[in-house]
Design a protein around this ligand. Structure first.
Ligand code: ADP
Ligand code: MG
Length: 495
């Protein structure tokens, strides 16, 4: 460092000529300044190269002062540094050329500039330097040299670079995450769409299933009903068969008995007429006492009445047996025919007119229907049952029975509506059961509707009822216009 002091003296000479720019005391201050600093004079010759410069660039002041080599530590080829541009007054024209966008002008000090750049040949792996340069002027304001400071800002730059890279990385991560998020969002939206669709599908399927379930339970009910009817039908057929014969001979014996009785009464009358002719008073008294004992006059009146009642009872039993036979499908003489249903309804109404004419008006709302293939007598029987039930249900002064007809697709329907008592919900499920009746004993057999149900089954048809208590009931029967070929295959069982 001794050389620095020696050279400093030389330089101080130069500076002295510029009216003591750097006094010897300042030289110490300059040298001790921890910021690397050098000074060139107006001829671009280095006058000062402080210790910090020596440390930073590894070049002694003695090697530099008095030379124009201040470019050497920085560049591989000779070129001006900031201090040169100031001294040669070419800042305006050359700054941009040499320092592009790496410099900044100080606003407070005229012609002072700072810049920052990377110098690959400095240090082990190059250094980032922040350098400032300002003119040195004499008392007249003339530029007599320039001072330049150099600071190693590599650490800051590395930190900044790391920060920048971290930021870039962060941005990249954020961008990536944003993309992933957008993807996830899209997937979610798609999931929601699929879920919504699946939900709608499930709901639709549920509705279908509920409808199917309702149909199934309806079918099950019908099956149950027909099963019940079938088994009761077999039972009824057996019972009807067993009762039919004894009832038959009781009925015919009754006819004979009536004849016999009539003969006996005639005989008795003859005896009575002959009574006055009896001479023996004893015999006459005995006959009189016996007559009084047996109440012959009463017997003569009561026996025919008893016979009549018994005959009616037997006739009723025969009717029930006949109904049972019909119900159990044991009538062999049935033929499928094309029939005019309206004619059938009319003749049925004629037969039952006595039962309804005092109770209800019959309103006919017939549709335009063709001839229908059916078992006419059985259809008539159904209509009779329904009309009689309707009349029976009317308990007010005068009711109304409406009979309608029509076709629907390949089927014909007949509806019988009344404004009678209606059927309670509880009874609605039972009215087709055989022997179910709400009528007084002796008034209803409870077979009418089950019989009708069986007949409609035979026609591949249906019988339905709608009713509201206190308002009335509507029965509707419906079956195919054309009977499908399976007729008369059931063996003709006789009773
Ligand atoms: N139109 C109707 N209005 C009200 N109840 C009815 C009607 N038709 C049938 N019913 C009810 O159904 C039951 C069964 O009818 P049915 O099988 O014809 O037997 P019955 O007429 O001998 O009672 C009746 O007792 C009655 O309670
Ligand atoms: Mg009835």
């Amino acid at each position: 460092m001794a050389s620095i002091e020696k050279d400093t003296a030389e330089t101080e000479g130069v500076v002295d000529c510029s009216q003591g720019l750097l006094a010897p005391t300042l030289s110490t201050f300059f040298d001790g300044n921890p910021v690397a600093t050098f000074v060139i004079n107006a001829d671009h010759i280095i006058t000062h190269w402080n210790r910090a410069c020596e440390y930073l660039f590894g070049v002694l002041a003695s090697e530099m002062i008095g030379t124009r080599n201040h470019w050497m530590p920085f560049y591989t080829e000779q070129r001006p540094v900031l201090a040169d541009l100031i001294v040669s007054n070419s800042l305006e024209s050359m700054l941009e050329t040499y320092y592009q966008d790496k410099f900044k002008r100080y606003s407070l000090i005229q012609d002072a500039v700072e810049a920052e750049d990377f110098f690959p040949q400095l240090g082990n792996n190059g250094l980032w330097l922040h350098f400032t340069a300002a003119p040195l002027r004499n008392l007249h304001g003339q530029v007599v040299g320039a001072i330049e400071t150099l600071q190693d800002v590599s650490e800051r730059r590395i930190a900044e670079e790391a920060l920048r890279r971290a930021q870039v990385d962060l941005e990249r991560v954020v961008e990536c995450r944003t993309c992933q998020l957008a993807d996830a969002n899209l997937k979610l939206a798609e999931d929601i769409r699929i879920r919504k669709k699946t939900d709608a599908d499930t709901q639709r399927r549920n509705t279908q299933l509920t409808a199917l379930n309702a149909k199934l339970s309806m079918a099950q009910q019908q099956l149950l009903q027909s099963e019940k009817l079938a088994s009761i039908g077999h039972l009824a057929a057996g019972v009807a068969h067993e009762i039919n014969n004894p009832i038959g001979y009781i009925f015919s014996n009754f006819g004979t008995l009536e004849n016999y009785l009539e003969g006996m009464f005639r005989m008795l009358a003859a005896y009575e007429a002959a009574e006055p002719e009896i001479i023996s008073t004893e015999v006459a008294a005995k006959i009189k006492s016996v007559r009084e004992q047996v109440e012959l006059a009463f017997l003569k009146e009561d026996i025919p009445a008893l016979m009549r009642e018994s005959k009616e009872g037997i006739a009723r039993v025969r009717k029930i047996v006949q109904d049972l036979k019909d119900f159990s499908r044991v009538d062999e003489n049935q033929e499928w025919q094309w029939a005019n249903l309206h004619q059938g309804i009319e003749s049925t109404l004629n037969i039952v007119s006595n039962e309804i004419k005092y109770k209800a008006d019959v309103v006919k709302e017939y549709g335009d229907i063709p001839e229908i293939e059916c078992l006419p007598s059985q259809i008539n029987q159904v209509i009779m049952n329904l009309v009689l039930n309707a009349a029976n249900a009317i308990d007010k002064a005068r009711g109304k029975i409406t009979i309608r007809s029509g076709t629907m697709e390949e089927k014909v329907w007949i509806e019988i509506e009344d404004n009678g008592s209606g059927i309670s919900e509880e009874n609605l499920t039972r009215i087709f059961d055989p022997f179910f009746t709400t009528k007084a004993v002796g008034k209803g057999t409870g077979l009418g509707l089950s019989l009708s149900y069986g007949i409609m089954q035979k026609h591949d048809g249906s019988i339905e009822v709608r009713s509201q208590c206190g308002i009335g009931a509507t029965f509707r029967i419906m079956w195919p216009i054309h009977h499908a070929e399976k007729k008369n295959t059931e063996g003709g069982e006789t009773a």
